[in-house]
Design a protein around this ligand. Structure first.
Ligand SMILES: CC(C)(COP(=O)(O)OP(=O)(O)OC[C@H]1O[C@@H](n2cnc3c(N)ncnc32)[C@H](O)[C@@H]1OP(=O)(O)O)[C@@H](O)C(=O)NCCC(=O)NCCS
Length: 161
């Protein structure tokens, strides 16, 4: 395929990034696992919470959010990042590609863009997490050179009936 077009995030991209988030994160969301196990909780569901998390990523490090766009300049994927200058760790909180555009190398290209941003910004280590239920993450990240450093188990408890 032709090299994907990547560009920096613009504030008017946010609704589309949130739409891609809602389309993709269902099978790989800790919050959704909690809802499935415990039933619904809080004023909104996992999807709204995840949309809010993407908005926060874009607010906290807008110069580290990169989007893949189609020929109409509409976002079809994104990666969010956070620079941690004290530790020199660059963190990748979120990555997603529209299901209609997956499997074409966009996820890999977005990650490579994030790694270039970390290098340009003086970071020394890049960090990303994935769930055991996410086989693509467990394949894709090591294929870019990431090494596994730890596993974490998440627990949740319903406080009211
Ligand atoms: C993860 C994600 C961003 C990847 O996007 P993508 O554009 O499809 O990624 P790419 O096309 O660059 O690469 C995917 C690679 O995974 C491989 N892959 C696809 N399905 C796979 C599976 N079930 N198991 C293992 N590898 C798989 C592809 O073959 C490809 O490998 P290659 O680069 O060696 O050819 C996308 O699947 C997504 O949005 N998932 C939902 C959200 C998510 O999981 N985000 C990451 C949270 S940790």
């Amino acid at each position: 395929m032709p090299h994907p077009e990547l560009r920096l995030f613009r504030p008017d991209d946010l609704p589309r990034l949130q739409e891609i988030t809602a389309l993709t994160f269902g099978p790989v969301s800790i919050d959704r696992n909690m809802e499935q196990l415990l039933g619904e909780f809080g004023p909104s569901g996992w999807e709204a919470r995840k949309r809010a998390a993407i908005a926060l990523d874009c607010e906290l490090q807008p110069d580290g959010v990169f989007v893949a766009v189609d020929v109409q300049d509409t976002p079809i994927g994104y990666v969010t990042t956070r620079l941690q200058p004290q530790s020199r760790i660059g963190w990748i909180p979120n990555l997603a590609v529209d299901p209609a555009c997956q499997g074409q190398g966009l996820g890999r290209a977005l990650l490579e863009r994030a790694l270039a941003f970390f290098r340009e910004s003086g970071m020394e280590v890049a960090k990303i997490e994935t769930l055991e239920q996410n086989p693509i993450g467990q394949y894709l990240y090591p294929s870019l050179g990431f090494q596994e450093v730890a596993r974490q188990v998440h627990y949740a408890l319903r406080l009211r009936d």
